[in-house]
Write a protein that binds this ligand. Structure first.
Ligand SMILES: Cc1ncc(COP(=O)(O)O)c(C=O)c1O
Length: 499
């Protein structure tokens, strides 16, 4: 069955080898079939035995055949042909880049999953519940949207996003004091993606970034993933302490300063006008870009006393990040970023490398929500509802009269930042919460460096119904009581001013 051509330029042993491989790969020879003995094949082909020997040797080395006691040379099992064949485990870690420098918490993932867990009341998330979603309005808008835009809803948009939406965002920002061109506005897949772009564009291993401490976990993790050192600037009840910031700037040159001036996540603090001015002065003096990540500005419960930083900045130092996740719905994953065109050119390169553009259908939907005037109407309803839920949670907490429990009442946004009584250890407390089926967000990961001196938790009131808020706070109070019974005084931690 093996044929050779003695006039061909391919060496004879290779001709033999290749024909056997063909027969094995095509299934003509099956695993366990014996090859003719070297002597017989050499005689049959009228070649030297060493020629056959060399062909068999290479077939063995390549794993096509092996020697078998009593049967001579037999065909080996090939991949996929024999379930019992030994295949080593893929060493994935050797293949993946060793650049994952920062071990992320799974808190965001867990918070997103907690909403589907049976019987669990979740205060861990950061988004609105069913009663706050503009579902009915969207249901009414959809037929018109489909009729008006037809197949455009299914086509790609430009890299920076749908011009209609970008223009609507510029129009929305103008009365808020931010005057930008459409070319300065990019649509992103949520504020999270905008943060990721900014961090990729500005940060490298070893750089320093200053953040309010505590700060949004998602931002801290994104910055740390670049290998940058994330330094916490302490906050008090008015947000980032700009005197401490000044002190730090005298000694260090961060690449970025990151904060949420309006109802900060997690503390809910609102940066006063004087601190805003000081922050900008410092940024101008030391030439450091400010990242104003601003998901909660519209969620105020009383008139706001200060403009956005971006509105106060007439020199283009502030990169402004916004999102519709909190003011409309999170599932659309539509956010935006406003910056100088010079920066935008580089950001658009990153966009091209990532996802080309944000989701078309949702961009059209949100553009319609903005241009129809519905957003303003919805925001008014949302503010009233969030204020009501905040009050329910505050009253529920106060009704349990938990000694040593401290919190400020925020004037906007979705969260209460609560300090547990000093003797409560985080780990034991969070385990008890799990048992009592109440999901809360532990405070420690919001600190970029060493943990806070006292165990803090972030409680979200935007997601749950009134009844669940009341029941959840009862479980929360029970968890404190049960943990108190088990714990001893807490040892003091190092302060978070590390430098
Ligand atoms: C301060 C802050 N920035 C960014 C985000 C991410 O928002 P998005 O859903 O738009 O990605 C959040 C979400 O909780 C946040 O609180």
């Amino acid at each position: 069955m093996i044929k050779i051509n003695k006039k061909a330029t391919t060496p004879l042993y290779l001709q033999i080898k290749h024909q056997f491989i063909e027969q094995i790969m095509s299934g003509f020879l099956s695993p366990g079939d014996a090859l003719p003995s070297e002597r017989l094949l050499a005689e049959h082909l009228c070649v030297n035995r060493s020629t056959v020997n060399k062909a068999y040797w290479e077939l063995k080395a390549d794993g096509f055949v092996h020697a078998h006691m009593g049967s001579g040379t037999v065909v080996s099992s090939q991949l996929g042909q024999d379930d019992n064949a030994y295949i080593p485990r893929m060493p994935w870690t050797q293949h993946m880049q060793a650049s994952k420098r920062y071990q992320q918490t799974d808190l965001i993932k867990t918070a997103l999953e907690a909403i589907n867990e049976k019987d669990v009341i979740s205060f861990a998330g950061g988004f609105a519940g069913d009663d706050a979603l503009p579902f009915t309005a969207i249901q009414k808008m959809m037929p018109k949207l489909l009729k008006t835009y037809e197949t455009a809803l299914l086509h790609p948009t430009p890299l920076l996003g749908l011009p209609l939406l970008r223009e609507a965002i510029c129009n929305h920002l103008r009365p808020r004091g931010i005057h930008c061109q459409v070319s300065q506005c990019m649509i992103t897949s949520g504020a999270q993606q905008a943060l990721s772009y900014v961090s990729k564009l500005f940060l490298s291993e070893g750089d320093m970034v200053f953040v309010a401490s505590p700060s949004y976990i998602g931002a801290i993790e994104i910055f740390k993933a670049t290998g940058a050192k994330v330094v916490g600037i302490p906050t008090d009840k008015y947000g980032m302490n700009t005197d401490v910031l000044e002190n730090y700037l005298l000694r260090y040159r961060p690449k970025l300063i990151y904060l949420n001036p309006n109802f900060q996540n997690p503390t809910g603090t609102y940066l006063p006008l004087e601190r805003r001015k000081k922050l900008l002065e410092l940024a101008y003096l030391y030439q450091i870009p400010i990242i104003e990540d601003d998901p909660y500005a519209e969620l105020y419960f009383s008139p706001v006393p200060a403009p956005r930083l971006k509105a106060m900045d007439h020199h283009g130092y502030v990169i402004y990040i916004g999102t519709f996740s909190k003011q409309l719905f999170m599932g659309g994953r539509v956010g935006w970023l406003v910056c100088e065109e010079e920066v935008m050119r580089r950001l658009s390169e990153l966009k091209q490398l990532t996802d080309l553009h944000a989701n078309t259908l949702h961009q059209f939907l949100i553009a319609t929500i903005l241009t129809s005037g519905f957003l303003e109407e919805h925001l008014a309803t949302l503010r009233t509802l969030m204020l009501h839920k905040r009050d329910i949670m505050v009253m529920a907490l106060q009704s349990h009269k938990i000694e040593g429990l401290l919190f400020d009442i925020p004037e906007g946004s979705f969260y209460l930042w609560v300090k547990l009584p000093p003797h409560i250890y985080g780990h034991a407390f969070f385990e008890t919460c799990k048992k009592l089926k109440i999901a809360v967000m532990p405070g420690d990961p919001f600190y970029p460096e060493a943990s806070a001196q006292q165990t803090c938790v972030r409680l979200n009131y935007s997601f749950s119904t009134d009844a669940d808020i009341i029941e959840g706070i009862t479980r929360f109070a029970n968890a404190i009581q049960m943990t108190s019974a088990q714990t001893k005084p807490r040892p003091s931690h190092p302060q978070n001013l590390l430098l």
